[in-house]
Design a protein. Structure first.
Length: 617
């Protein structure tokens, strides 16, 4: 097993001569180098050193010079891990794979699709792609350019490439894992050989991802005959953390406040929720999300069991493979609202329903989409009764209850041991039934005043404030999409950042839906918020949205971009985000007096330099 480089912070230095076998000169060199490295560079360096050490030990020489490239010593062990990530999950899995590869004696290179040099592609021997699907089948922002290149005329022949793809997605969307499938199909079409089968992962991806990583390690070990042991999924090395609480082990956060912040008469119910993290050692940065592990509505659970003709006390295995009652399993472990294609496929088979079978045929995708819209699992069970199904068989049709992610609306530095959320409560009518969001009504209705909420921090390195606090920022956040920008401004206030701040906010009505109005006006008065432009779509005969306010201020917005401003968007991915993107393109095209193609190139450069970041859902 290759040794992994570790370091311990000691005052202003990472290493000291007293606590390491390094010479004073070596320690000084590392103390200068390591703090300036990114996570991607540190992961690459760890793999480089592990591979170099393994190669040197294999050669039986302690005098082999460090400057010699590892690839020269062991070219067959050099592999590239390429990720495309919107919220950070694909990046975390890519880092995990690199750690496992390094531990097994290979030399992984970790690459972000947004910065990957496409000319390198034809020189790759082993390429492992981890990519999520965003929205309705779209690649993540940092994968768009590479996806376009790979499917264009300039893509090279890849006859010597060995590859495998881990695809992340959500089966409640029609185009489940489409981006990963696109890469898998295209790499093969260009001549690449599939080294290991593609794995498609749903929102509960942990087990599937670990199985794929295990398969990659075993296949590499078998093919390259490496003597290094292959660690199993239970021994996955993960980055050091200051807390033991995670997605699999959430922290019970005490509810501090649940305040409705929309006014009387509003058509919306938006809550400001504050939770205590005291005693958890959890921390976060502006731009991160909070994972909420909800429970299902008790009334819906009871109705579903009654309609299915199942005994609530029947003994079953829950999502953790532990024995419990059906009622408990449906309350806490399984998704009982969202209809997914995998659920319908299993249900149609068990129910022997020809009608559902026809809907699932490829040529009937549009009809299936119409059928699913506005319906929930209970509608399927009521409309297509199951005969003779057991409780264990029923939960076998369901997927695990996924956590819900909410953009954090507070700065940890400004509010230590607290985390704030902006929650739009989901309630609506469809197909003759009242519906409600699982997590939003859990937070707003079912957590008592002295209750707790299971939570964990979900880091999002793709949505971050500029490292230089003097850099200006432009924030577009209509509705609850304003949440992370509340965190941004709190952070910039407490750190006394000098950069200018411009907020675009929109909602339906000024008097009832101006979320955090007093805070924005206070920030405007004290100078933290340089300017704020608002759009209330239902207050005028002609509907006005945030993208219209952007266009009205196109000259100044473009001037801010030319001065180095970062541009952020948070909120609805289906309508708002594309409209804002189109407005940004139009502004660049108009104010710089260039063609649409040049404007597209300008905006893409903003994305690749991380000056245009989106957190959309």
């Amino acid at each position: 097993m290759a040794k992994r480089l570790t370091y311990v912070a000691m005052g202003n230095d990472l290493f000291s001569v007293q606590n390491s076998p390094l010479t004073a000169e070596q320690a000084e060199t590392l103390n200068r180098l390591i703090p300036a490295l990114t996570t991607e560079q540190l992961t690459w360096l760890g793999g480089y050193l592990a591979g170099f050490n393994a190669a040197r030990q294999g050669a039986g020489s302690a005098a082999q010079p460090m400057a010699q490239p590892v690839a020269d010593a062991s070219p067959a062990r050099a592999v590239t891990v390429l990720f495309g990530s919107q919220t950070g999950n694909a990046e975390k899995l890519a880092e995990m794979l690199c750690q496992r590869l390094s531990a097994a004696g290979f030399t992984p290179t970790l690459q972000n699709m947004g910065s990957y040099k496409t000319r390198q592609l034809k020189r790759e021997d082993y390429l492992f792609v981890i990519v999520s699907t965003h929205g309705e089948g779209d690649p993540p922002d940092n994968a768009e350019a590479f996806h376009e290149f790979l499917h264009g005329k300039k893509a090279p022949k890849l006859d010597s490439l060995r590859f495998s793809v881990l695809a992340l997605g959500d089966s409640s969307y029609e185009h489940f894992c489409k981006t990963g499938q696109d890469f898998d199909t295209r790499l093969e079409a260009l001549g690449g050989q599939r080294f290991y089968p593609r794995m498609d992962c749903d929102v509960d991806y942990d087990d599937s991802a670990e199985a794929w990583i295990d398969g990659i390690l075993k296949s590499l070990s078998d093919e390259l005959s490496t003597p290094a042991a292959v660690t199993t999924g239970s021994a996955v090395a993960v980055p050091a953390t200051t807390s033991s609480y995670s997605r699999k082990n959430p922290f019970p956060a005490a509810l501090l406040e649940n305040l409705k912040i929309t006014g009387r008469g509003s058509s919306k119910d938006v809550r400001h929720v504050e939770l205590s993290l005291e005693g958890s050692s959890l921390s976060f940065e502006p731009g991160d999300s909070l994972g909420i592990v909800p429970s299902n509505c008790p009334e819906l659970v009871a109705e579903l069991m009654e309609v299915a003709g199942l005994d609530p006390k029947a003994v079953v295995s829950d999502a953790k493979k532990e024995t419990t009652t059906l009622e408990e399993a449906l309350s806490h472990s399984y998704e009982i609202t969202t209809i997914t294609r995998p659920f319908l496929e299993k249900y149609a088979t068990f129910a022997e329903s020809r009608e559902l079978g026809r809907l699932l045929q490829e040529e009937n995708r549009a009809q299936l989409r119409d059928f699913i819209y506005g319906r929930e699992i209970i509608d399927v069970v009521r409309g297509y009764p199951l005969r003779g199904i057991t409780a264990e068989q029923f939960i076998g049709l369901l997927r695990k209850l996924p956590p819900r992610l909410y953009s954090i609306a507070s700065s940890y530095q400004a509010n230590p041991d607290e985390v704030h959320l902006t929650v739009g409560v989901v309630r609506y009518q469809s197909h003759g039934r009242s519906r409600k969001g699982v997590a939003t009504t859990f937070l707003s209705e079912r957590v008592p005043e002295d209750g707790t909420v299971p939570v964990y921090v979900d880091s999002n390195k793709n949505f971050r404030l500029p490292e230089d606090s003097a850099t200006p920022i432009i924030m577009v956040g209509p509705g609850t999409g304003v949440a992370p920008f509340r965190a941004f401004l709190e952070e910039r206030e407490v750190t006394e950042a000098s950069g200018r701040n411009w907020l675009f906010f929109g909602d339906r009505h000024f008097h009832t839906d101006f979320l955090y109005q007093r805070e924005w006006l206070d920030y405007r008065k004290n100078g933290l918020l340089t300017r704020i432009d608002v759009a209330f779509s239902r207050d005028e005969e002609k509907k006005t949205y945030v993208q219209h306010r952007m266009l009205e201020n196109s000259r100044e917005l473009y001037a801010w971009l030319e001065e180095g401003a970062y541009f952020y968007v948070c909120g609805d991915a289906e309508y708002m985000a594309p409209d804002v993107h189109e407005a940004l393109l139009s502004i660049v095209e108009k104010e710089s007096r260039v063609s649409r193609e040049k404007a597209v190139e300008y905006v893409r450069d903003l994305q690749q330099s991380r000056r245009y970041q989106r957190d959309v859902y």
